[in-house]
Design a protein around this ligand. Structure first.
Ligand SMILES: C[S@@+](CC[C@H](N)C(=O)[O-])C[C@H]1O[C@@H](n2cnc3c(N)ncnc32)[C@H](O)[C@@H]1O
Length: 292
């Protein structure tokens, strides 16, 4: 199915269903960016068994969804995938056979020191792969540059720096992103065990999806990618197995519009065990400056 052969009913939807079953709703070549945060297979409880597979099952399943998702991407599109050190080597090799790897981004979750492991070093980062298809992939660095503060600009006031574009427009965010994980009291936090900060997801979208373009997240969780897409003026589509997370997503999106939450579309999955209600979405507090 080609992009121009269908209706656009699938746009701005989070379908409460298995991603592998739902991908056929999306025309091939219709998506600018696949930004996804699949189960890590570390035994987490998402109200389903997706994070508790054998290693062999997990890697086979990962390869299946990658092969089902990639045809949805435009030729100049990109893919970001969250992984952990446990499976990033295998998953990156899979993707490197199909795409070109541009970056390994380390998300330093700024976890405070609280004891932890005694037989190895505590793991405090996610490993994110950034992949593209072709040399002319979309990438807007200026949209995500980090402004220098006044003191730094002043310190660079010698004549050799005058007129330096990078000093005015800010610097490249580099590949080590130190952004605090969302602790329980954080205004953005809802009831999902691995919710990602909007700050990170919005940076990826602004850099790698043109305004008005489409972002696909196969594993929406609490809907962070959908919320980030809407806040940055992009369209979205995605899937989530857990009915309660679909409800949280609908509530977060409705809070952006100032409207009551509609039912998730279509609510085919069984509701997970009851969880606390989501907090209202935070106001626009994106603070890219605070990254360093
Ligand atoms: C790592 S979490 C995503 C968290 C998300 N990025 C957020 O900020 O809330 C992965 C999610 O994938 C969902 N999931 C697992 N298998 C799935 C499948 N086959 N189809 C759709 N969703 C699935 C899980 O229920 C879980 O919520």
């Amino acid at each position: 199915m080609k992009a121009d052969e269908t209706s656009t009913a699938w746009l701005d939807q989070v379908y409460c269903e298995d991603a592998l079953a739902g991908l056929s709703r999306i025309p091939d070549g219709a998506v600018d960016l696949i930004l996804t945060d699949p189960p890590y297979n570390l035994g987490k409880d998402y109200g389903n068994a997706s994070d508790q597979q054998t290693v062999e099952e997990f890697l086979q399943w990962t390869e299946r969804w990658i092969d089902a998702a990639l045809p949805k991407l435009k030729d100049n599109g990109s893919l970001y995938i969250f992984t952990t050190w446990r499976f990033s080597p295998e998953i990156f090799v899979m993707l490197k056979k199909r795409m070109t790897m541009m970056n390994e981004i380390i998300w330093d979750r700024r976890v405070p020191s609280m004891g932890g492991s005694v037989r190895s070093f505590s793991s405090v980062h996610d490993t994110v792969g950034f992949f593209v298809r072709r040399k002319d992939y979309y990438f807007d660095l200026d949209a995500v540059r980090i402004p220098y503060d006044a003191a730094t600009k002043k310190a660079r006031s010698r004549s050799i720096f005058i007129g330096a574009k990078w000093l005015e427009v800010g610097y490249n965010p580099k590949d080590l992103w130190s952004v605090s994980r969302l602790h329980r009291e954080h205004a953005e936090r809802v009831d999902h065990p691995t919710q990602k900060p909007l700050e990170i997801i919005e940076r990826m979208i602004k850099a790698s999806c043109p305004p008005g373009g489409v972002v696909l997240d196969l594993f929406m969780g609490s809907g962070t990618t959908a919320v980030a897409a809407r806040r940055t003026g992009r369209r979205f589509v995605g899937f989530e197995l857990n009915g309660e997370y679909c409800r949280i997503t609908a509530e977060r999106l409705a809070a952006l519009d100032g409207a009551p939450a509609p039912s998730p579309e279509p609510a085919t999955a069984p509701r997970a065990k009851p969880r606390a209600r989501a907090k209202a979405a935070a106001p626009d507090t994106t603070t890219i400056n605070s990254l360093e």
